[in-house]
Write a protein that binds this ligand. Structure first.
Ligand SMILES: Nc1ncnc2c1ncn2[C@@H]1O[C@H](COP(=O)(O)OP(=O)(O)OP(=O)(O)O)[C@@H](O)[C@H]1O
Ligand SMILES: [Mg+2]
Length: 283
């Protein structure tokens, strides 16, 4: 039988420091993530914990200070821009705000083919057929290509953003709060779509969310980030039913509750252990 447990993406000992004036700010400190073939790995943590920074580091959008990133067995740590082409088609992203990937003044079709341009793939394939195929795959009509993003609902625009991510036929899709802006019922539909696409195409997801209830629903494994460091990681069932770390317990308790009175009475999750400072002077 084909071994499907091999990792498609490995991020090892990732440290990212941002420069803020005369200081360094450590957004990620020695973080490790491994995404198996056709699996969904959740990345959770409250605002500012470094989730998007890890997504951007993996996508080659922010430089890493130390560490190593391997995609499909190849080291891509220092491949940026043009040098990432070829491998870049194997990893795509869906963000919270569809405007990030769908230019409001472009037709949907024009936005959909941008990743093909960026990866130099326009000459290799029947572009119209590929556009129609990815739109159909996300439950949209192919004629959506000739319309403008504003003619669609938020859920439909997010489906189109997923189609755009699929157009290069990637193995890994980074979903950074991809369903967070959607109403609950639409959120469920888009999560089901992501699950169906995973089954049909063998996709792997890095699924970033601040919402544990969403993560429980879709992720096979979960990594918990707190102020740039990993608190714990493991199978979703284990992390959500027997969390080892007090911070994870607090995050689980913070999963949204339909009753606004109960929701308002809650405290924000914080770690039981005082965190070290994340800033240091540049010498
Ligand atoms: N370009 C940048 N320059 C300096 N600091 C940054 C930069 N981008 C992010 N940061 C800081 O790094 C930390 C981590 O930010 P990041 O966006 O990765 O968090 P996040 O977990 O995605 O948060 P959210 O849930 O709000 O999206 C934050 O304190 C943020 O202010
Ligand atoms: Mg973020």
């Amino acid at each position: 039988m084909k071994d499907t447990s091999y990792p498609v993406l490995v991020a090892e000992n990732i440290t990212v420091r941002y420069r803020k004036g005369r200081q360094h700010f450590t957004a990620l400190d020695n973080v490790n993530v491994r995404i198996p073939h056709a699996a969904t790995v959740g990345l959770v943590g409250e605002s500012g914990s470094g989730k998007s920074t890890l997504a951007k580091a993996i996508l080659g959008l922010v430089p890493i200070t130390t560490g190593r990133i391997e995609l499909l067995g190849q080291d891509i740590t220092h491949l940026n821009g043009r040098r990432r082409r070829g491998l870049g088609r194997s990893i795509q992203a869906v963000f919270q705000d569809p405007n990030t990937s769908l230019n409001p003044s472009f037709t949907v079709g024009r936005s959909l083919i941008e990743p093909l341009k960026a990866q130099n793939m326009l000459g290799d394939i029947d572009v119209d057929a590929r556009v129609a195929e990815v739109l159909t795959a996300v439950g949209m009509e192919p004629d959506a290509a000739s319309r403008q993003p504003r003619q669609f609902s938020g859920g439909q625009r997010q489906r189109i953003s997923i189609a755009r991510a699929l157009i290069t036929n990637p193995q890994v899709v980074v979903c950074d709060e991809a369903v967070s802006a959607l109403d609950l019922s639409v959120q469920a539909q888009v999560l089901n779509l992501l699950t169906d696409l995973q089954r049909e195409r063998g996709l792997s997801y890095l699924f970033i969310s601040h919402d544990m209830s969403v993560v429980k629903h879709i992720c096979h494994e979960v990594t918990v980030l707190y102020r740039g460091t990993i608190k714990e990681s493991g199978p979703t069932q284990q992390i959500t039913t027997q969390p080892a770390d007090p911070y994870t317990k607090a995050l689980l308790l913070a999963a949204p509750i339909a009753d606004p009175v109960v929701q308002r009475q809650r405290q924000r999750p914080t770690s039981a252990v005082p965190a070290p400072s994340r800033t240091s002077l540049i010498s």
